[in-house]
Design a protein. Structure first.
Length: 314
């Protein structure tokens, strides 16, 4: 039974405002998502000494609030919105408003008690911003290159000019990312270890450093679950459904997917593992997902033991 002294807070974040609710308390309140509004909220929460504060990832609108809550030594967790919606459906609550969302987040906090994780360091946040911008430019390049084959001839020169500009921006970002990594002796050491694995390039290494700081600190099951490459059972009675992966950190999975595609060709250990799974009758997609997980486990072990690929494979 939950101790009545425990206080669980849910905060629904939008660009303009913050809706706040406390589990098992009828009252809720609202404040601006501004410097003054966040300061007021922190000041109000501190005397309450909450057990846990939960809010959803909202595309970046939550970052400033999370930073201020952590700075004030308040326990906060940013959770996946889909996880909260699934929880809401399981309780039979389908209505959705900002106020109800705050109450549901508070209920979610009390029922599941997700574990707070350390706030990324300033360097990790800066590198994450660079990598996010790089991904956006790559997406824009893909769209423009696809569009080049469908527009009228009179528009092609304009699109080609934009492609050239985006390519230059991408090259500049890559150089900035490399320089950023080289500026930290610790990150440089970790990046060197990661890139020693065939199939792992600078973007994969940079993404792992920025968006998966837990790499090397967790066991193989924990790191796979955190990233979202651990298969989840879908069984009921005698029926055995297909195992699927979901949740976790999508940007990390994206670079792991590309790394696994390269590794199954150029990394002898991953290549042998992939081919063995195919011989066992596994679908290519399933085998590749298994390669992602195996690659992640190898990288996790290498950072934990501080051994390069050659030493690990020996």
């Amino acid at each position: 039974m939950t101790d009545t002294a425990e206080i669980f807070v849910g905060i629904d974040v939008s660009k303009a405002q913050l809706d706040v609710a406390v589990h098992n308390q009828p009252s809720s309140w609202q404040t601006d998502n501004s410097d003054a509004g966040r300061a007021e909220l922190v000041k109000r929460l501190q005397p309450m000494n909450p057990t846990l504060i939960v809010l959803e990832a909202t595309g970046g609108f939550e970052l400033r609030l999370v930073a201020e809550l952590v700075t004030a030594k308040l326990p906060v967790v940013v959770t996946n919105p889909r996880r909260v919606r699934n929880f809401a459906r399981s309780t039979g609550r389908l209505a959705k408003t900002d106020k109800l969302d705050a109450k549901m987040l508070a209920h979610f906090a009390a029922a599941l008690r997700p574990e707070p994780r350390p706030l990324p360091s300033d360097q990790e946040e800066q590198l994450t911003a660079l990598l996010t911008r790089r991904r956006q430019i790559v997406d824009m390049l893909t769209v423009e290159k696809n569009r080049l084959h469908t527009v009228r001839a009179t528009m092609r020169s304009d699109i080609e000019e934009h492609i050239t500009w985006l390519t230059q921006k991408l090259d500049a970002l890559d150089a900035e990312i490399d320089q950023f990594i080289q500026g930290s002796a610790l990150w440089q050491e970790k990046a060197t270890l990661l890139k020693s694995v065939p199939g792992v390039g600078r973007i994969t290494a940079s993404t792992l450093l920025a968006m998966l700081p837990e790499l090397g600190t967790l066991n193989r099951q924990q790191i796979a679950a955190l990233v979202g490459v651990a298969p989840v059972n879908k069984d009921s009675g005698r029926k055995q459904g297909k195992r699927r992966i979901f949740g976790g950190r999508a940007p990390v999975r994206s670079v792991l997917y590309m790394a696994a595609l390269s590794a199954k060709k150029h990394n002898p250990k991953i290549k042998k593992f992939y081919e063995r799974l195919l011989k066992q009758g596994k679908e290519k997609k399933v085998a590749l997902t298994a390669c992602m997980r195996k690659l992640l486990v190898i990288l996790n072990a290498m950072l934990r033991t501080k051994q390069s690929w050659q030493a690990e494979a020996a």
